[in-house]
Design a protein around this ligand. Structure first.
Ligand code: ADP
Ligand code: ZN
Length: 352
């Protein structure tokens, strides 16, 4: 995955196609050596208030913009604030915007970099499990508008992604749990061996062993970037990454729970539906649900099925397409199942 010798990638800021090789992922790379990736360029770091507080020393020596932490700040107001700061710093085309943080930071960074002066180069330093295995990979960025998540955004690949695992030493347990929901998703849709690895270890093992965690993260980056590489603009294959997300997003919007929790419940429902309609053996469905619970993720909730259904229907109206539900027929293999909304409504009570 280290692609230093790939002549296509000699310019670290050339945003290539989204495959693993072209994505300029630097695993096990010291954040302190960031400037070496972009010699002669002016780096502006973008981060959130939590990381700015924790990593003052590490960030000193770079221009720094920080905004208040939390998904509720992933909006136009924050974008405006960041852009005002960039103007104040006289940031120009020679500037590389580098997002250091979780998924909110990587999303805002990609979005601002895509629109500021019609696009400036950007790189990402994901610091949460979720950002490392998911948000930083694939080039999607976005901001929320009211209840509509990621309503505004672009698809644009970063010039580089740096993995400095030492950031994980300060990641709160709740955020480890959140990120592992996407890890389990990747295992379910693409990789039975990864699933077995997750069964073998516990969250505690990963937290206490960053070498093991690095191995896990790199497997996940490979899975996500392989899927994205096949289908950058989500015409087909990339949709399998939405496993657990149709119902998950609806719950997230309704109840306002963390993304990982919501998609865990969504994956549980998707496994139940996979058992009914997708040929998944009930023992395998049970295995998935057991694994989610083992990683401290919720697998059921008291839900108002009609409300959940209403949110899904609203979403579909906005996207203007039939429901493409992602099912698995065995652990490690997902497929797209076109589903009439009414069919989902019919099953929702039993699967959720
Ligand atoms: P995501 O779950 O998509 O990564 P955020 O960007 O909101 O979402 O990150 C989740 C939370 O974790 C935020 O409060 C963020 O400040 C915090 N966080 C991210 N990385 C670290 C880290 N390495 N150490 C401490 N807190 C972190
Ligand atoms: Zn997700």
């Amino acid at each position: 995955m280290h692609d230093k010798l790939d002549p296509e990638n000699l310019d670290p800021l050339r945003p290539g196609p989204p495959g693993v090789k072209a994505m300029n992922c630097h695993f096990d790379y010291l954040f302190a050596r960031l400037q070496e990736l972009v010699p002669g360029k002016r780096i502006v770091l973008l981060t959130d208030s939590n990381l700015a507080g924790l990593y003052t020393a590490a960030f000193s020596g770079h221009h720094l913009i920080s905004f208040p932490a939390g998904e509720s700040n992933k909006n136009q107001q924050t974008v405006d604030q960041v852009i005002r700061e960039l103007i104040r710093m006289e940031a120009g085309k020679d500037t590389v915007l580098v997002g250091v943080g979780g998924g909110v930071v990587t999303d805002i960074t990609g979005f601002v970099a895509a629109v500021y002066m019609r696009g400036i180069p950007f790189g990402l330093v994901p610091t949460s499990i979720l950002a490392m295995v998911d948000a930083a990979i694939g080039g999607k960025n976005g901001i929320d508008v009211g209840i509509y998540k990621n309503l505004l955004g672009t698809i644009r690949q970063p010039g580089f992604v740096v993995y400095d695992y030492s950031f994980l030493n300060t990641l709160p347990v709740s955020e480890w749990v959140n990120g592992f929901a996407e890890v389990i998703k990747h295992a379910c849709i693409r990789d039975a061996n990864l699933f077995a690895m997750l069964e073998r270890y516990s969250l505690h093992d990963f937290q206490g062993n960053l070498v093991l965690t690095a191995e896990l993260v790199e497997k996940n980056v490979a899975i996500k970037s392989a899927v994205v590489h096949l289908d950058e603009f989500e015409k087909g294959e990339r949709k399998i990454l939405n496993f657990g997300h149709t119902i998950g997003h609806a719950i997230e919007n309704l109840v306002g729970m963390p993304h990982g929790h919501a998609i865990s419940i969504g994956m549980t429902a998707a496994c139940n539906l996979s058992e009914k309609m997708g040929g998944l053996h009930f023992e395998e469905a049970k295995k998935v649900i057991r694994l989610l619970a083992k990683y401290h993720l919720p697998v059921d909730m008291e839900a108002d099925h009609e409300k959940v259904f209403d949110v899904i229907r609203m979403d579909k109206k906005r996207e203007g397409e039939d429901l493409n539900f992602i099912l698995i027929d065995k652990i490690g293999h997902a497929f797209i199942m076109p589903l009439a909304l009414e069919t989902l409504r019919h099953h929702l009570k039993e699967i959720l």
